[in-house]
Write a protein that binds this ligand. Structure first.
Ligand SMILES: NC(=O)c1ccc[n+]([C@@H]2O[C@H](COP(=O)([O-])OP(=O)(O)OC[C@H]3O[C@@H](n4cnc5c(N)ncnc54)[C@H](OP(=O)(O)O)[C@@H]3O)[C@@H](O)[C@H]2O)c1
Length: 315
């Protein structure tokens, strides 16, 4: 079965809230350089609710690992305002970073500040260190680099020293410096521990790897996230890029049009979104064209998980 845009999730084009969001996207796109505004006739990106609050989150975001770890003045850096413009113009908002990603937090913070577009972004980053004092120092540094006001989502990166960080994260949330708390991992080898942590403590978000060639999360982790009321961000939706590289010379199956996928990247993102426990996929890119292509996967039909049994793919 294929979920049509007028049936589920939140087709933003239909509602007043959706209209306001699209208007905000147009203003933010304008602020990032005054280029062409998004067509109001283009299909709006779907949203899904964050279980902890009901807040609507657009289903395609942006990962900053590698793509945003580039030096100011470089050709790669010069493209990044257009990456953000493409994200916002399509109705997206989620941007995921980490102190592990070199200068990605600094790049994100300075570009959003230059464009006056902070309010358009849902900013997620991570604490990735050991020890309480070092954790607090790192979080303060993330707040400074992202120039965020409150950070929307602070995650414990790869569960590193999560027991130590959790009390500080809860304090920061109570003080309004962090809006949501989460945990992340990127590898099935950690799922045993991840499941135990998800059962033992309350977190608002889980970030996990899931893609056509890394499907382990669908067995236990995604159902557990739904059971525990956690929003789910999906990292590595293209297997870190390797999956797309393997598929790019193969013709797209004829049935891809049925689910609104014009290219492999969109088909792979719709695969990820077909899991109902998934809230948002965060493909990484430093290229505006790739960002625009990826964002389009968040509009139009989304298949349900059973669709793939009738349309098997060998990645
Ligand atoms: N918590 C964790 O442990 C963890 C681990 C890994 C990642 N993450 C987060 O998840 C995000 C996504 O994961 P990822 O970046 O590792 O892998 P990914 O999203 O699976 O793949 C990224 C790669 O795909 C390429 N790409 C993106 N869109 C494309 C398109 N439309 N057409 C062709 N190529 C495209 C990118 O290159 P171009 O730049 O050339 O587009 C990049 O090389 C990260 O950026 C990071 O924010 C978290």
């Amino acid at each position: 079965m294929i979920e049509r845009p007028d049936k589920t999730d939140s087709p933003a084009s239909m509602t007043r809230a959706g209209f306001l969001r699209l208007s905000a996207a147009a203003i933010a796109a304008c602020a990032l350089g005054g280029r062409a505004l998004p067509s109001l006739a283009s299909p709006a990106m779907r949203t899904r609710p964050i279980p902890a609050s009901g807040e609507a989150l657009p289903v395609i975001g942006l990962g900053t690992y590698q793509g945003f770890d580039v030096a100011p003045g470089s050709a790669a850096y010069a493209q990044l305002p257009d990456v953000l413009r493409a994200l916002f113009a399509a109705g997206g908002s989620v941007i995921d970073s980490s102190p592990m990603y070199g200068r990605a937090e600094a790049t994100t913070g300075e570009l959003l500040a230059a464009a006056g577009a902070r309010s358009r972004a849902f900013l997620a980053t991570k604490v990735w260190t050991r020890g309480g004092a070092e954790g607090r120092r790192q979080i303060d540094e993330s707040l400074r680099l992202l120039r965020a006001g409150p950070i929307d989502l602070m995650q414990v990166h790869n569960l590193l020293d999560w027991r130590t960080h959790l009390p500080a994260l809860r304090e920061l949330k109570a003080a309004g410096r962090i809006r949501y708390l989460g945990i992340t991992h990127y590898h099935a080898g950690a799922y045993e521990e991840l499941a135990a942590v998800m059962r033992a403590e309350r977190f608002d978000f889980l970030q996990i790897n899931y893609s056509l060639d890394e499907r382990e999360a669908e067995r236990r982790i995604l159902p557990l996230a739904a059971e525990r009321g956690m929003a789910v961000l999906i990292n590595r939706p293209f297997g870190g890029g390797g999956l797309l590289r393997r598929l790019r010379d193969r013709p797209l199956p004829g049935w891809a049009a049925e689910i609104g996928a014009a290219i492999w990247a969109q088909l792979l993102l719709k695969f990820v979104l077909s899991q109902p426990a998934v809230t948002c996929a965060i493909p990484g890119t430093g290229r505006p064209g790739h960002m625009a292509d990826n964002a389009r996967a968040g509009a139009g039909p989304i298949p349900d998980p059973g669709f793939w049994r009738g349309h098997p793919l060998d990645p």
